[in-house]
Design a protein around this ligand. Sequence first.
Ligand SMILES: Nc1ncnc2c1ncn2[C@@H]1O[C@H](COP(=O)(O)OP(=O)(O)O)[C@@H](O)[C@H]1O
Ligand SMILES: [Mg+2]
Length: 483
Amino acid sequence: MTTEAPRRRVRWTLRRRLVVSIVALLAVLGAAIGTVSVVTLESVLVSRFDQQLAAAVALSRDNVGPYGYGGSLPSADELLARQPLGTIAVIDSEGYGMRGFIVAPKGASVGTADQMELALHAARDGQPVSTDLGGELGEYRLLAATTENGDSLVVGLPMRDVNATAAALTTAIVLVILAGLILAAIAATVIVRLALRPLQRVAETVSHVAELPLDRGEVALSVRVPEGDTDPGTEVGQVGAAVNRMLGHIGSALEARQASENKVRRFVADASHELRTPLASIRGYSELTRRGGHELPDDVVYSIGRIESESLRMTELVEDLLLLARLDEGREIRRAEVDLTALLIDAVSDAQAAGPDHVWQLDLPEEPLTVTGDGPRLQQVVVNLLTNARVHTPEGTTVRVGLRADADEVVVSVADDGPGIPEGILPSLFERFVRGDASRSRKAGSSGLGLAIAAAIVQAHHGRIDVDFEPGATEFRMALPAG
Ligand SMILES: Nc1ncnc2c1ncn2[C@@H]1O[C@H](COP(=O)(O)OP(=O)(O)O)[C@@H](O)[C@H]1O
Ligand SMILES: [Mg+2]
C-alpha cells in the first residue's frame, strides 16, 4: 500500500492569472464570433447558390419545352444549353426511361449512370438538397422540377466552389482570431507587468527594511517607498502610502526606544562616575585607620579590613559598569599597534603569580603577532579570561593559552581542563550579570560582568568571541581582524 503525499498546490502569480484570464476570455469571445460568422457566411453563400440553382432548373426546363414528337427525349445539347461547366441534368420519363448528362470539358469523365440515378432519387421538388455523388463529381446541390411533358427533371450544380470559398473564409477567420489572441497575450503581459511594477518596488522596499538590524543600536529608518508609488488614487499607491505610514511609525518607535536606552545608559554611567569619589574616600579612610598605628580592638581591625576589601570590590564593580556604559555608547576605541605576544606573556606571568596552584602553559608562534586596537582593553579581555580559568576551576587545573594567525584574523585561545561551564548559563554566557554557581564564585569576587565586558571590547574591535565546551575541556577563543 502506498500513501501519496498531498500535492502542494502551486500558486500562480497575479500577473499570470490576469494574463491567462484575459486571453481565455478573448478566446471564448473569438470562438463565438468566429462560429457565428462562419455559419452566417455559409448560409448566405448557399442561399445565393440556391438562387442560381433555381435559375438553372428553370433554364433547362425552358430549353426543352414540350418534346416527344420525334419519338425521343430531349438531347444533351437541348437540356444543357447555356449552362455553366459541371452542371448535370437528369430526365426521367415513364415512356423512355432515364437519361443523364453533364456539361464537361472534352475528354473529361462525365459521370456514371449510377451517379445520375443517385442524383435523380436524392433531389426534391422546390427544396434544394446537397448530396455527395461520389467519384470525381463530389458534392452537388440538386433541385427537381417537372417538364411540360410531366416528366421528372433534376438539375445539379457542383458545390466545389462554394465549399472552397467557405473553407477559405473559415481559415481566414481562424487565423485572424489566433493572431488577435497572440497580440492580446503580449499586450496583456506588458500592461499587467507595467501596472504591477510599482507593487514590486513596494515589495523591494519592505524586504529591504526586513533585512535591517532593527533590534539594537541607533537605527535611522530612512527607507521609504518612492514618492511616485504612493498616489492614493491607485490601489498600489494606497499600499505604498500605507507602507510609508507604517515605516514612519516604526521609525519613531525605534527612536523612542533608542532614547530610553540612551537615558538608562547615561544614568548608569553618571551613577558609576558619581560613586567613584565616595568609594575612594571610604577606601582611603579605612586604609588610613588601619595603618594609623592606633591600638584597636581585634574586632574593629577586622571590621575595618572588611570595609576596605568590600569597598575595593565595589570600586571594581563600578569601574566595570562605567566601562560597559562607555562601550555601549559606541565611543571609538583607541587604535594603535598591539603586540599580542608580549601582552600574553605578561598576562600569563601575572596569572601564574596569582594562581601558583594551577598549571599554566603558553603556546606562542615563532613570529610576534600584532593587531590594531586598544592595548589596555585587549589586555583586560585576556585578564578576564585567565581570571575565569583560575577562579572557576579547582587547583591543579591546566590552563593552555594559545596564539595563532588564521587566514585574516588573529586568534587568542584560553583552554582549561576544569569542570566546565554550568549548563544553565551557557546560552547567555556573554550577557551581563550572568554567572554560575553562586557560593564558590561569589567568594572569588564574581560579578558576572567579566565575559560581558570581554564581548563588548571584542565587538568594538570588530572581532568575535566564543566558547567551545565539553566536560573537561573549556576553550574560549577571541578572534580579531589581522593587521
Ligand atoms: N573557564 C571557566 N570554567 C568554568 N566556568 C567558567 C569559566 N569561565 C567562565 N565560567 C562561568 O561563567 C560565568 C560568567 O563568567 P564572567 O562573566 O567572567 O563572570 P564572573 O567571572 O564574574 O562570574 C562564571 O560565573 C562561571 O560560572
Ligand atoms: Mg570573570
